[in-house]
Design a protein around this ligand. Sequence first.
Ligand SMILES: [Fe+2]
Length: 262
Amino acid sequence: MKFIHLSDLHIGKSNNREKSAIIVDWILNNKDKHQSELVIISGDVVDDGKAWQFDQAKEQLTRMRENGFTVLACPGNHDYGLGGFQESRLSQANFFSLISGVKEYPHLKVINGQAFILLDSMAKEIESIELWGAQGNLGEEQLQKLDQMLEDMAENPAVENVFVVLHHHPFDFLYYHGLRDQADLKGVISQRLNQPPRVNGLLFGHKHIENRFNDPEENKEELFGIDLIYASGQTVERDQEGKMVIPVINAEEKTIERYLIQ
Ligand SMILES: [Fe+2]
């Protein structure tokens, strides 16, 4: 099974709405190439958490959903507020009603034996009174639920692989930018001694830098027993040749095909 991993569309900023429409055009017109029916967006769908931005984003998500795609999105710091740091409950409510349809995190969706668990790395952060910084915080409650969910997945013979998706980068140690409880997350998702991996794929965005952390072809170190650890770049960003990258992930093989589009 293959799926598409988009991130950080920041709709509402410059011409990201138009670029997002080009990305969705490509997804709708190239099913034979990408062979995916699932699109995952790892947060920062919009730029400032404003209602008009969510409306514009919803247009693109609806185009995919009406064409048979399942679109799963987890919230980023920019979805929940102005400038990516002034969180508001109104933005949170709009993200739920216009984008995700998901109220409770961790959110589990199993498709063809592949379990996708979406996290809200703003869940606890939104309670912070700081008016600066772009950190994330999953919170103890969400991590405990994730722990239980991974336990259940391990005992479920119908589940072949488990993918965890969140917005914040768990390997970004910049103090104003990172995931505050990244150490606790790693404790929950790490493979236990003499046990199979708890998590097979970990996907995120936030930094706008594409990176595969544990590529076996590059002999990169295996981390936490997780086969695929991948930061999608900012999908709407063009490279030096004016191309945008659409990563298509093969869930069983843990490989990534990168499609470059104009
Ligand atoms: Fe972000």
